[in-house]
Design a protein around this ligand. Structure first.
Ligand code: PLO
Length: 506
């Protein structure tokens, strides 16, 4: 009996101890305010029929504040809508938040995270990033070679525009062609001629991937839905297959021709690194190996990112120039004065063309390429501001909110390149710190310098020679983007008219 009483007493004591500690622990967890959620579907009722996630996340701030949480199905997600918190996540605690959530669609695209952008935080990922970074420095940013390549492509872009002069033209395709050839030289030391069927294949599969990958689609939220037929997954698989075929051909050719004394492009750099690594696995942990899959996925990432992001920004630029002909005219006046008509624009001119530079910055602000960046994942228990964040939480940085914050930007909905200039028209870097078009921290965009060179040169060349306008009978395209892994630009036609000074000479 006494034993029984003793056990009962012990149990009661344990229970009360547990309850007291639980009550004590509970207030310790100060998680961000959460949207209501139901079992299994989580907070998804808020997003029924919603395609523009960045806008909904922006709107939800009114009710839940700038930092809130929700459940995407069963996944805990924190949404960051202001730059203080964004900088804490990306810069101050960059390593802690350096993970990536696994998703069905991105796993399919990257052979389970063997690329850079969607890969988990690991020593392999660091090695891949380092290799690409040094290759970009070697072939591009540091040397004149890249400027020459971009200018050659800009020249043939202008030729094509001259040929189709005054008739309605989908400039998107011309711009994609030019940008693709720059990235092609960089990755594969090759380029596409006009009308090359391989280029058409690339255009088509890339569009399919952009439409289906990494946009929190239903299979990303409920991976078990993969077992049922799914239109998006069928399309994605088909496009990835087409991409792989193209990549394998290029890879095989490079392997065959490879010589470590003649490294001509990114693919060669990666092959050389693999050879070195096979000899002495220098940077990697035991059991880790830089495989052909890693090389392929790395090139695929750089190629895909290089093409899709830069063309998207160029298309947004053209769209805004059609809406604001006075901005276009101002850029042309600046070009006429600083570059003139006897030579083409060079990278060195950038410092003398602040209005063009400011226009590019404003386009990147008002229509960020990746409005939610790529989701991050907390690799350990941590915090944002005064709030606790559990290990494994998905953290989404809403760049759209950060770039449209009324506390930071005067009339953020208005397109106004002048906000990036001081009273004398000199370039200021950014009037507000609430501006991160390329992200920041350990996952910052690898192609920022390359992108800036291309944006500047392609626009300067085009506007030096042509005036862009809406063709007769066509209407102005709405500046509404379609959310996805990049913010897609609506299709529209442009009339490119050769400017007076260029008529008669080439
Ligand atoms: C674009 C379509 C390509 O076929 C594959 C591809 C690879 C890398 C992705 C890119 C797509 C979209 C833009 C991404 C880029 C990596 C970094 C970049 C997500 C899906 C951004 C904006 O973060």
């Amino acid at each position: 009996m006494t034993v029984l009483l003793f056990v009962l007493f012990l149990l009661l004591a344990l229970l009360s101890f547990w309850m007291v500690t639980k009550r004590k622990l509970k207030p310790k967890h100060n998680y961000p305010r959460s949207l209501p959620s139901l079992p299994i579907i989580g907070s998804l009722l808020h997003f029924v029929g919603d395609t523009e996630l960045h806008l909904t996340f922006n709107r939800l701030q009114q009710k839940y504040g700038s930092l809130y949480s929700l459940y995407m199905g069963s996944e805990y997600m924190v949404v960051v809508n202001n730059y203080h918190h964004a900088k804490e996540v990306l810069l101050k605690k960059g390593k802690i938040f350096g993970g990536r959530p696994r998703m069905v669609t991105t796993d399919l695209l990257t052979r389970n995270g063997k690329d850079i952008a969607f890969a988990p935080y690991s020593s392999m990922w660091k090695l891949q990033r380092k290799l690409v970074h040094s290759a970009l420095c070697m072939f591009g940013e540091g040397s004149l070679a890249l400027e020459k390549i971009i200018c050659e492509e800009a020249a043939s872009l202008c030729e094509n525009l001259t040929a189709t002069q005054d008739s309605p033209l989908d400039m998107g395709i011309e711009l994609t062609h030019a940008v693709t050839n720059v990235v092609c030289s960089l990755c594969f030391n090759s380029s596409y001629q006009r009308g090359d069927p391989e280029f058409e294949v690339m255009l088509k599969y890339s569009q399919g991937i952009v439409e289906t990958v990494g946009k929190h689609s239903i299979v990303d939220i409920f991976p078990w839905l993969q077992i049922f037929p799914n239109k998006d997954l069928v399309l994605l698989r088909k496009c990835v297959k087409a991409r792989d075929q193209l990549l394998h051909e290029k890879f095989a050719k490079h392997k065959e021709m490879f010589s470590k004394d003649s490294v001509n492009d990114l693919m060669d750099t990666l092959l050389k690194a693999k050879q070195n690594n096979d000899n002495n696995n220098s940077h990697l942990l035991p059991g880790e190996e830089l495989t052909d899959d890693h090389l392929l996925m790395t090139v695929a990432d750089i190629f895909g990112a290089g093409v899709e992001t830069t063309t998207t920004v160029l298309k947004w630029n053209v769209l805004y120039l059609l809406h604001y002909p006075e901005v276009q005219q101002k850029i042309q006046m600046e070009l006429d004065e600083k570059v003139g008509f006897n030579r083409h624009p060079l990278l060195n001119d950038r410092q003398h063309l602040p209005y063009l530079d400011a226009t590019i910055s404003e386009v990147l602000r008002i229509r960020p390429v990746a409005p939610l960046l790529i989701p991050h994942e907390a690799l350990e228990k941590t915090s944002i501001g005064e709030y606790d964040i559990p290990k494994g939480a998905q953290v989404v940085i809403n760049l759209w909110s950060i770039h449209h914050d009324e506390k930071e930007w005067d009339k953020p909905q208005e397109f106004n390149p002048g906000r990036f200039l001081d009273e004398d028209g000199n370039r200021i870097y950014s009037p507000s710190p609430s501006y991160l078009p390329f992200g920041a921290g350990v996952r910052v965009c690898l192609g920022e310098a390359l992108a800036k060179m291309e944006l500047f040169l392609f626009l300067a060349w085009t506007l030096q020679r042509f005036t862009l306008s809406i063709p007769e009978g066509h209407s102005l395209p709405e500046p509404e983007g379609k959310f996805g892994v990049v913010l897609q630009v609506p299709k529209f036609k442009v009339k490119a008219t050769l400017r007076e000074a260029w008529k008669g000479n080439k």
